[in-house]
Each structure stands twice: as C-alpha cells, then as structure tokens.
Design a protein around this ligand. Structure first.
Ligand code: FES
Length: 423
C-alpha cells in the first residue's frame, strides 16, 4: 500500500518528478507518513489566555481542537465526537467550559473526558465513559510562543527536531524579551496547487523574487523602475537542514524593516547585543523560511502561515500577523497593515506566488508533462559550514534547501511511522 518514492526524488542530482505533486496515492501516503508523524504548527500561545479558550485547526486533514485546560496546560484533541464522529467543535475559536456535540449531545470537558451522555441508562451496564474520551494528540510542545503538535508519542523533542533552525527562528521570535503575540484573526484563503510547492518555495527560493514580483518591486521602488540589475548579485545565505527546514536571507550590514514605524521603533544596537551581529544583518529582516513540513514565515512583515493540504491539488493558507509584545499599538498596527499590503490574501506579493504554483499544478496531470523531471540543481555542492551561520548553508540564490526538503520528505515517506511499528 505504500509506494517507494525514492524513484521520484533525486536530491543529490537535483531532479524531482512532478508526480509527487498530483499522484493521489502519494498524497494519501503523506497523510500517514508525513503529517501523522511530524511536528505540525497548531497555534500561538497568545491565542489562549484563560482555561476554556480554544482554537480549531488541522494536522494534515485531521481536524483538531486546541484548548487550555483548567491547569492552564495547552492540549489538542481530534475534533471528532467519539459517538458517531460529527465534528465536535464548529467554531473557529472561542471560549467554553464543555465541548457538546450537536448530533446527540455527548459532552466532553477541557481535559477531553466524556462527562454527559443523554439517556445513558439505555447503554449496557458495562458502558464506561472513561473509555470514550476525546482522542488526544500525545505530543504538544512550544517553542518561543509557537505551539506544535505531533501524533508520534515517541517523536524526538520539538527543539531537537528544529535543531539549528532555532537560530534562524529566534531572529523573529526573540527580538523582544517579552516575546511575540499574534494580532487580529487568522486570514484564510485557498490556492490551487500542492502544499509542497508553497512549503518548498519558502524554504529555498529567493530566485523567483526579481521575476515573479517584478511589478510589486516597481510599485515599491522610489524611481518606479523596480530594482537595478545588480540585485541579482545580492549577497546572502540559505540555511539547509537535514530535517527538511530551510531559510534564506540577504545579508545587509545595515538591517532595516520595510514598514517605517517598525524600522524607527527598533534599537538595532540593542538587537545586535541580544541576537548577535550575524542574526541582525541576515535572518532578522527580509528572509523567508519553512519549518518542515508546512509552517512558513517572513520576518520582515511578521507573516506566519500554515499550508494546510486539502487534497493533492488544493492548499488552504492560514496566516497570522506576528508582532513583538512590547511594541506600542501604533507600531503593531503599522506592521499589520504592511503585512496585509504585501503578503495578505490580496497583498501585492502574495498573489504572484500562488499564481505560479497553480500554473505548475494545472498542467501536472499530462502524461508526457509528468515524465519530465523538474530542475533543482542551482548551487549543487555549495552546502558547507560557513563559520558564521549555524548548520550548513548555501548561497542566497540556490536550491540547496529545496533539495534537502525533498530528501527528508522522501526519507520519511519511505520509513514506517509509529502506527506501523510492530505490525
Ligand atoms: Fe456526537 Fe452522537 S455524534 S453525540
């Protein structure tokens, strides 16, 4: 029932078969071997202030309730009633004391325990409510405000799975001693395309910027002419992780944020003391990044997002605006507006990316089309320890993190997961 996907991915040679984007059997295998065993982003801690606060999301296609229990612990449950399987909580977010099913009225408390069964006396004498608790995600861990869940109870701890990626994430998550918070609600929109196209691009692809976003760059350029040709020689680095994560960023001796009030708010000297010169001159501002498999972010505008898979050909994007807690309200609002104008659902950059992914996907069903491999050969052999940035890095313009993303993807697609062990 499981396919050997190594025939589709030549990560050393930089060749990827596009069947991995639209083959239904591969998509089904991803649900079992990628999403059922990887650390998946669930929510931000600032979404939970008191017991009973909840947020509903997905791990792969599995519906999830994330909530704070009475002891203030964040817990996650399968959002499906144990009786006949109705989606238990239909709200996007809110506060409650109990989760009560809309079909027959079974009620579960914040610890997932089944508390009320209407007409319980009609059940057999040995009916035990303790055996019908909500299915709980066994592993929920936090890294600097970001809450991740993993169905594998034996998974390596989140911080180990992130590894050196933490350094690059810290450039966004650790600028403020008070930490971060999300503002407003979650922006959600759909794209035609496979989830990996988006995750891979945010891990590795600075190459597309000058072409795909040419019009947006012209709008932003003071001369109206867009960037100068030398932009293609912009120095920078790309972090390459054997766990499939990736981050790319130009390196500037003078770092800056694009939204003027945000730029003026920061004390860059203090940030240098806190994060180190290399972090401030690199991953703190205009980078892009993906935490394998489907969580991505952009430090310059505080966009954090999940690429929820909805079938091989569809992505549902869920995006939040992340800001530093200590920022004054007007600075937070400036960041939120800059975020919406650039990478919100109708942002001038965002639409360019989705258009390309949809175009790849739209023609991936053709027989001949599907026999032609895609090229991920930029920067082959360039991965190295550069002595400045942690882990292995490559050039800004490189497919190195993309190759590593697919290498890790293929490795775990070909490895039995927790639910297949001892069978
Ligand atoms: Fe939930 Fe029956 S399906 S109570």
């Amino acid at each position: 029932r499981n396919m050997d996907v190594s025939t589709f991915v030549d990560s050393n040679g930089g060749l990827i078969d596009r069947a991995i984007y639209n083959e239904p059997a591969i998509y089904a295998q991803e649900q079992r071997r990628i999403f059922a065993r990887s650390w998946l982003f669930l929510a931000h801690t600032s979404q939970f202030k008191k017991p009973g606060d909840f947020f509903t999301t997905f791990m792969g296609e599995d519906p999830i309730i994330v909530t704070m229990d009475k002891t203030k612990k964040i817990r996650a449950y399968l959002n499906s009633c144990r009786h006949r399987g109705v989606r238990l909580c239909r709200a996007d977010a809110g506060a409650t004391k109990m989760f009560t099913c809309s079909y027959h009225g079974w009620s579960f408390d914040l610890a997932g325990a089944l508390k009320t069964v209407p007409n319980e006396k009609a059940y057999p004498e040995d009916f035990d409510k303790n055996k019908w608790s909500l299915i709980e995600v066994p592993n929920v861990q936090e890294y600097k405000g970001l809450i991740f869940g993993n169905w594998d109870h034996e998974a390596e701890p989140l911080e180990e799975a992130l590894g050196d990626m933490r350094y690059y994430m810290d450039a966004m998550l650790d600028r403020d001693p008070e930490g971060t918070e999300v503002m407003g609600g979650v922006m959600k929109w759909e794209l035609d395309g496979n989830w990996k196209l988006a995750a891979e691009q945010f891990a590795t692809d600075w190459y597309h910027v000058n072409m795909s976003h040419a019009s947006a760059l012209m709008v932003l350029s003071p001369t109206g002419k867009g960037p100068k040709p030398e932009i293609a020689a912009t120095p920078g680095r790309q972090f390459v992780s054997e766990n499939g994560h990736g981050a790319g960023f130009p390196t500037h001796p003078k770092s800056r944020f694009d939204a003027r009030p945000v730029h003026e708010y920061y004390d860059y000297e203090m940030l240098r003391e806190r994060l180190g010169d290399a972090a401030v001159e690199g991953p703190m501002t205009t980078g892009h990044a993906t935490v394998f498999p489907n969580f991505s972010y952009l430090p310059v505008n505080g966009s954090i997002r999940v690429w929820h898979p909805k079938g091989p050909n569809k992505i549902e994007v869920w995006a939040w605006v992340l800001v530093d807690k200590s920022m004054p309200d007007d600075v937070k609002d400036a960041q939120r507006l800059y975020n919406l104008r650039t990478f919100g659902p109708s942002g001038i950059f965002e639409a360019d990316d989705g258009e390309n992914w949809s175009e790849i996907q739209a023609i991936s069903g053709g027989f001949v089309t599907n026999r032609v491999p895609l090229n991920f050969q930029m920067g082959i052999g360039s991965e190295r320890e550069d002595g400045v940035y942690p882990g292995k890095t490559s050039e800004l313009y490189s497919d190195a993190a993309g190759r590593a993303f697919y290498k890790h993807w293929a490795k775990i697609m070909n490895t039995p997961a927790w639910h297949e062990r001892n069978k």
